[in-house]
Design a protein around this ligand. Structure first.
Ligand code: SF4
Length: 408
């Protein structure tokens, strides 16, 4: 079942005509000719579309909240910051079918009444920023964006903004700070961006994969979309499968698919590479949980607190992996990406990284194992934003699964 990756490899992503030949921009045409903004929101509500960035919040909730605001100036932002290690699905959409994002976000903007759109892209995605600027020019020439789109009364302009490549700027209030030229730090909520976002205006921020689903929903109908995937989480998901698998890369699968299928089925990961045995998988990127064989049959859906799907990254480790190397890598990433706003995260991630280095060098101090527990406890309970908790997740699971190996 392919909704987003359907035409990948078959069309020239830089040719707008190739996209149009595959029904491209027909959903936008339908929306502008036949549907009111309320109709569009209702259709997305019925489809059950959830945000694909990680949290899995129903998309219509943000849209309705922004629509309720009376201010005329509204922003519609596509989040293409994508800084979770092992996650490269949004980049792949831009590489293979960028007009899908432009069409999806224009429909979203129509629904909430936004006239200004911004694609916030990770600063390291230089080539993808160029692609987006090029396809935006093409879309403007064909009047799919700009003034009086397709002869309607709807105006919508899109610009591309390259961030500095910070993980925390994927969090929407930090992203807004970054766009306003401030430090990329999260803000206290409420107010939520839908009420008071970019420059104080109502703002909706949706992930790139999320908006790429919108043309399908409009063309084929909410019911069709809702019948795909699981009841709890309709639709498909792009999974980035990496590590010791035969077929690493981006794989689209219905939500509710299990790690067992994603890792071992030849359609997806294809099983472990020759001579390798499965040890664990990490679901959702560096901030995700570790699972052993006993949890491989667990369906991956949004909203599951036991096994959050996160960005959809799945890293597979084999029995030859060095778990201490992974602990060092996770701690190094979070200490580097901590924005520094709150002490528990700024200090905690740094101290954890120091201990990880000592673990790796077999140079542990007497109190280090107790200190790990203290640091994890603090990170899990007292940080300003979820990054602190994320920094503790894999460590907590690794300690539960591999304590002997870690302190050997
Ligand atoms: Fe910044 Fe970390 Fe605190 Fe989040 S938890 S505000 S990333 S220092």
């Amino acid at each position: 079942m392919k909704l987003i990756t359907k035409n990948w490899g078959e069309i020239d992503p830089l040719n707008i005509k190739a996209y149009q030949n595959k029904s491209g921009y027909l959903a936008l045409k339908k929306v502008l000719r036949e549907m009111s903004p309320t109709d569009v929101i209702e259709e997305i509500k019925k489809s059950g579309l959830q945000g694909r960035g990680g949290a899995g919040c129903p998309v219509f909730l943000k849209w309705e909240a922004a629509t309720a605001e009376k201010l005329q100036d509204k922003y519609y932002i596509v989040n293409l910051d994508e800084s979770e290690p092992g996650t490269f699905k949004d980049r792949a959409i831009v590489d293979n079918n960028p007009h899908l994002i432009v069409e999806g976000m224009t429909i979203g903007a129509y629904a909430i009444g936004a006239k200004k759109g911004i694609i916030y892209i990770n600063g390291h995605y230089v080539k993808q920023a160029e692609i987006l600027r090029l396809v935006l020019e093409q879309a403007a020439e064909k009047e799919f964006i700009g003034k009086s789109i397709m002869g309607s009364a709807f105006d919508f302009e899109i610009t591309v903004f390259s961030g500095a490549g910070a993980y925390i700027c994927g969090e929407e209030t930090a992203l807004i700070n970054s766009l306003e030229g401030k430090r990329g730090e999260p803000r206290l909520r409420p107010p939520y961006p839908a009420k008071e976002g970019l420059f104080g205006k109502p703002t909706v921020i949706n992930n790139a994969e999320t908006v790429a689903n919108i043309p399908f929903i409009i063309n084929r109908g909410a019911k069709c979309f809702n019948n795909i995937g699981s009841q709890k989480s309709p639709g498909t998901k792009l999974f980035c499968i990496t590590g010791s698998v035969k077929n690493p890369g981006v794989h689209e699968a219905p939500l509710g698919t299990t790690p067992q299928e994603l890792i071992f089925n030849s359609v997806y990961g294809g099983g472990l590479r020759e001579g390798k045995d499965f040890l664990f998988a990490q679901i959702g990127g560096s901030s995700g949980r570790l699972i052993n064989r006993s949890k491989l049959d667990y369906p991956l859906v949004f909203g599951d607190q036991d096994l959050p799907i996160g960005s959809g990254a799945i890293f597979v480790a084999d029995t030859l992996c060095d778990i201490k190397e992974h602990l060092l890598s996770w701690a190094g990433f979070f200490h580097r990406e901590s924005c520094g706003k709150c002490v528990p995260c700024r200090e905690g991630t740094y101290r954890l990284w120091e201990i990880a280095k000592r673990l790796k060098n077999k140079d542990l101090r007497p109190r280090d194992s107790e200190n790990i527990e203290d640091i994890l406890w603090v990170l899990e309970r007292s940080t300003f934003c979820p990054l602190g908790k994320f920094a503790a997740t894999a460590w907590r699971d690794a300690l539960a699964m591999f304590k002997d190996k870690i302190f050997k």
